[in-house]
Design a binder for this molecule. Structure first.
Ligand code: UDP
Length: 351
């Protein structure tokens, strides 16, 4: 494989830091740009690594220079926690859409290949969540099986401003697609389905903000405080272990025979579907069986409304299962880790 000079924008986040480590291991040169360097600590001494401390919103000319210098641009810059979509929707729009659009437009102008991280959130909700009474089997997984080429995107109302994230990502995807139609941009879009693993998030008490559910449950176990199920916890997610995800992303970086040119890929583990309620129980079981906690000290599991937990404007994806046929057939990729292994390995880091 030929090695490349890769510009990883937003490399200091959960996915970016794992990806940077793997790219360096494979011999690529990585210019890792972020405003928070902590998660890249392990990469610092590795050959080929440069950390670029840059806020792209303040230094557009520097950004252009960095893109010019790269063989490949990977864009991971985004606010990506539902708590922020509800509390600071305009910030989400500006960073995730406006600033990302500028990156894409520089790639168009400079003819650079762009790997754009999007989200499974673009699919929104299932038809089953809207009209359950009109369906013979509203629990059928077929209704939540999301395919890149054919599944429509169903979002809630404007008043439910959680969807500004999804909508911004979707519009960005549509702009890249449109540039692709005019043959002005070679892009690949990635839609991650709930990756988890070491360093996914901070624990809620460590700093201000709203991390993802795994961190809330982890902290509840560590501190014996209640595990809170938002709106009852019947909503489902498919979790993917970060190493599985990174293996797929590397194949997209390599892009053998151009199979990823102008393509969208779901990356996820369809077999790892679990309700949030079942995730809470699984984490409790693992905490006892694998990490030696006493069953008597496990936190209680309570229910809380979405508005109480996140504030006004929250709404949720009820269910989302990735159709990974494209990743399987075009990239010869399959995830390896089942849900128990995935959660276990993620917990081990925090315990
Ligand atoms: N959630 C929960 N308890 C928490 C935090 C989140 O029940 O302490 C729910 C949240 O409402 C959502 C699911 O867990 O339905 C997953 O939320 P997360 O923040 O991990 O991200 P998402 O998958 O929605 O992007």
């Amino acid at each position: 494989m030929t090695t490349m000079k890769i510009l990883a924008l937003g490399a200091g986040g959960f996915i970016g830091s794992h990806l940077t480590a793997k790219l360096l291991e494979l011999g690529h040169e990585v210019a890792a740009l972020d405003i928070v360097p902590e998660k890249l600590e392990g990469c610092r001494k590795r050959a080929g690594f440069t950390y670029i401390d840059c806020d792209i919103t303040r230094e557009p000319e520097r950004l252009r220079g960095l893109i010019l210098d790269a063989d490949l641009v990977i864009d991971l810059i985004a606010h990506a926690n539902p708590g922020i979509y509800v509390k600071r929707p305009l910030e989400v729009f500006h960073l995730n859409f406006v600033e990302n659009l500028k990156i894409a437009e520089i790639c168009v102008a400079e003819q650079k290949r762009l790997i754009q991280f999007s989200s499974c959130e673009v699919y929104g909700k299932t038809v089953a969540s809207l009209v359950p009474d009109q369906l013979a089997d509203p629990d059928s997984p077929d209704l939540a099986f999301f395919s890149e080429e054919t599944t429509p995107c169903i979002l809630g109302s404007v008043q439910q401003h959680r969807w500004i994230y999804s909508c911004g990502k979707q519009l960005l995807e549509r702009v890249l697609h449109a540039y692709g139609l005019e043959d002005r941009l070679n892009y690949t879009i990635i839609r991650p389905f709930n990756f988890i693993g070491p360093q996914i998030d901070f624990l809620p008490s460590e700093k201000e903000g709203v991390p993802r559910v795994f961190s809330y449950f982890m902290e509840a176990l560590l501190d014996s405080t209640p595990m809170q199920l938002v709106n009852g916890g019947n909503q489902k997610r498919c979790y993917t272990y970060i190493d599985d995800a990174i293996n797929c992303i590397i194949k997209i970086v390599e892009n053998k025979n151009g199979v990823c040119d102008k393509q969208i890929f779901n990356i996820g583990t369809p077999a790892n579907e679990i309700s949030i309620k079942a995730l809470a129980r699984l984490m409790q079981d693992l905490y006892v069986e694998r990490f030696g906690a006493s069953r008597d000290n496990l936190p209680e599991i309570v229910s809380v409304s979405g508005e109480e937990f996140y504030g006004r404007g929250y709404d949720d994806s009820d269910r989302r299962i990735p159709d990974t046929t494209k990743a399987r057939t075009l990239l010869d990729w399959q995830p390896e880790y089942d849900i128990r292994q995935t959660v276990d390995m993620s917990m081990a880091y925090y315990v």
